[in-house]
Design a binder for this molecule. Structure first.
Ligand code: GDP
Ligand code: IMO
Ligand code: MG
Length: 423
């Protein structure tokens, strides 16, 4: 069996959590492959709303196995909070969740370093989620990290102390003298809590499940434009959010990848700093934010809003090998008279359909096409046949521009507000 991948094509918050939950009944296994508690994946069903950060969005359906892969970074304290809240709401997490021994641990000092790095960058700060993501992946790549499996070894405390002391001297060099004792005790307690979970060699487990004919859905976090290699560098996260990240973050060979579902909003948002060519600073941007409730699931920060960017989407489709598109939040545009889509950029007076290398420094003028709005409340529609003509035109326009079929349209946050298209 092949593993399918579902990932974000924009700057995150496309609605990955909702769709993973919707697709879960079709799979035996759901696995997160990168990122960590910087993610906030929202699910809504039966009048309840859940925000998942480190735990896969496949935990609420039937009895799927949920795996946190080696590519994920985990903060034990936040994991414990998230897991305990889920257990309280009736999810038997210990029965269904498995965690890779190779997942790297976010230490309290990683969070302190994240904050210190941001302070040092001052006006050019990235606007991180403050969860220690960058410093943890830095330690992984520089071969200084601690992995969850290390917590099972007798010398863990010494290794932890050595890593902490290294971080403290880095902080000291930056003029920071944090009080970490309380944070540390909480963290060590949470490590003990994590040991009660099934900590596994996830690459063996996933490949064995695929060999047995089980189906796997790999759940991405963040989005392609936040990818450390291909996103709007340096205003990115510190992991590979793209399809190849699923291979590296789970130990699945590229030849075992099946469908790649690319998910995008009918407009565009971004949290934190960095380039956003189609950003709207006017009333329309504010209207999108208000109707779409565009505030961060993790930090509560206002999301920047703008029109859909087909230059960035084409790029993301190319990098990920997307074969099925999923369009979210089209309902937010239900009342609009007209809708714009950016089909090209003008850079230094020249029109281009490519993302410029120096996207964070050059002046980009979006080239827009204007389409008529559908002016219809679509939030209770259940079938493609109910779509208004202008909406059908919008879909046809996007499919042509993106050269990829749209497989699902989401018309609201609830599980049921999901329409599968006949493609
Ligand atoms: P994720 O990080 O990709 O999982 O996305 P988030 O959960 O951070 O942000 C998506 C937000 O939009 C959440 O508040 C969802 O409940 C909500 N949402 C998802 N799909 C739709 C939709 O089709 N319409 C509307 N109006 N809201 C949606
Ligand atoms: P989900 O999975 C939106 C952004 C941060 C910041 C940059 C780097 O919910 O889509 P980091 O803390 O990762 O070092 O921050 O990346 N960012 C996200 N934006 N959705 C996310 O996750 C994000 N995770 C990180 O705002 O600009
Ligand atoms: Mg989110």
């Amino acid at each position: 069996m092949k593993a399918d991948v579902l990932l974000g094509l924009q700057w995150g918050d496309e609605g990955k959590g909702k769709v993973v939950d919707v697709l879960t009944p079709r799979y035996d296994v759901v696995a997160r492959f990168q990122g960590g508690p910087n993610a906030g994946h929202t699910l809504e069903f039966e009048g309840k709303k859940y925000v998942l950060r480190s735990i896969p969005s496949g935990i609420f359906q039937h009895d799927q196995v949920n795996i946190i892969g080696n590519g994920v970074v985990l903060d034990p304290v936040l994991f414990k909070e998230e897991a305990e809240a889920l257990e309280k709401s009736g999810v038997n997490l210990r029965d269904i969740l498995k965690i890779s021994k190779k997942a790297h641990l976010i230490m309290p000092t990683h969070r302190l370093l994240d904050a210190a790095n941001e302070r040092a960058k001052a006006a050019s700060k990235i606007g991180t989620t403050g969860k220690g993501i960058g410093p943890t992946y830095t330690d992984k790549i520089s071969r200084n990290g601690l992995r969850l499996g290390d917590a099972l070894a007798p010398d863990f405390k010494e290794r932890y102390n050595a890593a902490r002391n290294r971080h403290l001297s880095m902080l000291d060099a930056m003029g920071e003298k944090p009080d970490y004792n309380e944070l540390e005790q909480k963290w060590l307690d949470a490590i003990d809590y994590m040991k009660s979970y099934d900590i596994i060699d996830s690459e063996y487990v996933i490949n064995a499940l695929l060999d047995e004919g089980k189906s796997v859905l790999c759940e991405g976090a963040q989005g392609t434009m936040l990818d450390v290699d291909f996103g709007s560098y340096p205003f990115v996260t510190s992991s590979n959010t793209i399809t190849s990240g699923a291979c590296a973050g789970l130990g699945i060979a590229p030849t075992r990848i099946g469908n790649v579902f690319g998910i995008f909003k009918a407009y565009c948002t971004r949290v934190g700093s960095g380039p956003f060519p189609t950003e709207l600073f006017d009333e329309t941007g504010k209207t999108i934010r208000d109707i779409g409730h565009e505030y961060g699931a993790v930090t509560g920060r206002e999301r920047r809003c703008g029109w859909i960017d087909l230059v960035a989407l084409r790029y993301a489709i190319m990098i990920n090998g997307v074969n099925k598109l999923i369009m979210m939040k089209s309902d937010v545009l239900d009342s609009f008279d007209s809708i714009k889509a950016c089909v090209a950029y003008k850079v230094n007076g020249k029109e281009t359909r490519q993302l410029p290398f120096d996207i964070d420094r050059v002046e980009i003028e979006p080239v827009y096409v204007t389409l008529p709005g559908w002016k219809t409340d679509m939030t209770s529609m259940q079938d493609e046949s109910e779509f208004p003509a202008q909406f059908k035109e919008y879909i046809a326009f996007l499919e042509k521009e993106l050269d990829t079929p749209i497989y699902i349209v989401s018309t609201g946050p609830d599980r049921r507000q999901t329409i599968f298209l006949n493609r």
